[in-house]
Design a binder for this molecule. Structure first.
Ligand code: FNR
Length: 178
């Protein structure tokens, strides 16, 4: 099984990209989990789409998503929503309109997130559900909300409790995809 994890943060030391890395370390036997970031995707602009078409970075990401059995979005929370870079990528991926269904329709999708704050990106994840439902994704009902991330990640990686939490959650998503 092939899973793709997209981090919604561009930051080098991002907790969310590190959470995605933990998922890849926790991947069960027979599951290949690839971690991607959204670097290189320009801001959506209808004029740019008309003059130059879909950017190569978007087509590349689309190809990876289509080739995967399941998609995991690991998102920071910015002002109680998902970051613009993630929403922007989702918007590009639904262009041209006829690409929305083959990219997202029935796609087994999970949302996860990490924050140094107390609520584990709950608001961003709740908001993302509306977007992903609109795109036609088949949503995994299990939550992975990592709060107080600075206490759980360190220079060596993450504490055992978080590793266990990630492994259990991922096991659930793998069963859902199967
Ligand atoms: C934040 N942060 C934040 N955290 C949170 O739990 N709820 C929120 O609403 C917000 N809002 C917010 C807005 C903006 C503009 C920034 C830059 C940050 C803090 C955020 O969780 C923190 O910066 C994380 O470290 C971002 O994730 P990465 O980059 O570590 O993956």
């Amino acid at each position: 099984m092939k899973l793709i994890t997209v981090s919604g943060s561009l930051r080098k030391n991002s907790f969310n990209t590190r959470l995605a890395d933990l998922m890849s370390q926790a991947a069960p036997e027979g599951v290949a989990l690839e971690v991607l970031t959204l670097h290189g995707i320009p801001l959506y602009d209808g004029d740019l789409e008309e003059s130059e078409g879909i950017p190569a970075a978007v087509e590349e990401l689309r190809g990876r998503i289509k080739a995967a059995d399941g998609l995991i979005l690991v998102t920071p929370e910015y002002n109680a929503g998902i970051p613009g870079v993630l929403k922007n990528a989702l918007d590009w991926l639904t262009r041209p309109g006829e690409e929305m269904k083959p990219t997202f329709g029935g796609r087994k999708t999970a949302i996860a997130g990490a924050t140094p704050g107390a609520w584990g990106t709950a608001f961003a994840q709740a908001g993302a559900l509306i977007n992903l439902r609109q795109l036609g994704c088949e949503l995994y009902p299990g939550y992975l909300r990592v709060s107080k991330a600075s206490d759980q990640f360190d220079d060596e990686g993450a504490d055992d409790k978080l590793r266990e939490q990630v492994a259990t959650w991922l096991e659930g998503f793998v069963s859902f995809v199967r």
